[in-house]
Design a binder for this molecule. Structure first.
Ligand code: AMP
Length: 291
């Protein structure tokens, strides 16, 4: 039995292995929480914040959070939904993106959802699958499988599957094609409902810091010099956060412009900026962004 966190400290559970594990550790490290993690550890204490980390199976994190074993958890949307645990869903973390999809044999007889009425569907997500078909008023037989779900139609164990998909290559390799998306999933920060006030404040701070790292990952800090006469046109090109800073340079005809811009848009901006006379363009990473 794992005890609860000490008074004055909060506890966050994160996956001890699998594809959410390393990105969760990186996010906390980038956020500035100081701790030592290695694969054999169950616990780590942060040296610079009253936060203890518990490394457990991603599947167990929602229930630990619901039950108050931990105050916060990082796990996948699919696992939150599948557990049926009652947790507050605080923040989408932007990694571990995948979809829970219904797929059927590419050369099979099923072309729409209704064709699956009365058929067998294999999945390791029985709760989400049952809810999906019940919502549509269709009765199916559920075959609960732990892993390698995509092989079951080939083995004659099921007619269709519901499984996690990111690129779709595994589906195609097994002669399957997606029919419907049941759920969009990514890593999430979840919280125990009704946290006591002192814990709530500590947990809110963790949420704020993680949100600032995630916001910063999508943005870049752009600095450039330009003729003062080009400012209105350059402002029109920079739809970033709020108004850019415009600073007078020693040359009275020139200004420096600083702006926070969408990281994905940066390469498309460079040539129009140069055409407007921009020079000495610097693109810098942002560590944290607090709006
Ligand atoms: P793992 O521990 O590596 O099996 O994966 C745990 C979680 O990673 C899943 O429950 C999903 O939330 C997430 N995930 C992201 N992409 C995928 C994917 N392509 N296949 C399976 N899980 C994925």
């Amino acid at each position: 039995m794992i005890s609860r966190a000490e008074p004055g400290r909060i506890r966050l559970a994160l996956p001890n292995k699998g594809r959410l594990s390393q990105p969760a550790v990186s996010l906390l490290t980038e956020a500035g929480f100081g701790f030592e993690a290695d694969e054999r550890r169950l616990f780590a204490s942060c040296s610079n914040y009253p936060l203890d980390l518990l490394f457990v199976r991603a599947e167990d994190i929602s229930e630990y959070t619901q039950d108050g074993v931990v105050d916060l958890g990082i796990t996948g949307t699919n696992l939150v939904v599948e557990s049926g645990a009652v947790v507050d869903r605080w923040l989408q973390l932007g990694f571990g993106r995948c979809r829970l999809r219904l797929a059927v044999p590419s050369n099979g007889p099923f072309s729409c959802l209704e064709d699956l009425s009365g058929k067998l569907v294999a999945t390791s997500h029985p709760r989400a699958t049952a809810a999906f078909f019940a919502d549509r008023g269709l009765e199916i037989g559920l075959v609960e499988i732990r892993g390698a779900v995509e092989i079951t139609p080939l083995l004659g164990v099921a007619d269709a599957i519901v499984d996690l998909v990111s690129t779709g290559t595994t589906l195609a390799t097994n002669g399957l094609r997606p029919l419907e998306t049941i759920l969009e999933s990514e890593a999430e920060l979840v919280a125990r409902p009704e946290l006591a006030l002192d814990r709530q404040q500590l947990a809110d701070h963790v949420r704020m810091v993680l949100a600032s790292v995630i916001a910063a990952r999508d943005r870049k800090y752009l600095m450039l010099n330009a003729p003062g006469s080009a400012v209105p046109a350059i402002r029109g090109l920079l739809p970033g956060m709020g108004s850019p800073s415009v600073l007078q340079l020693a040359d009275p005809a020139m200004v420096a412009i600083h702006a926070v811009v969408d990281a994905k848009a940066i390469w498309e901006l460079l040539s129009p900026l140069r055409q407007l006379g921009a020079s000495s363009i610097l693109v810098l990473p942002i560590e944290k962004l607090i709006p």
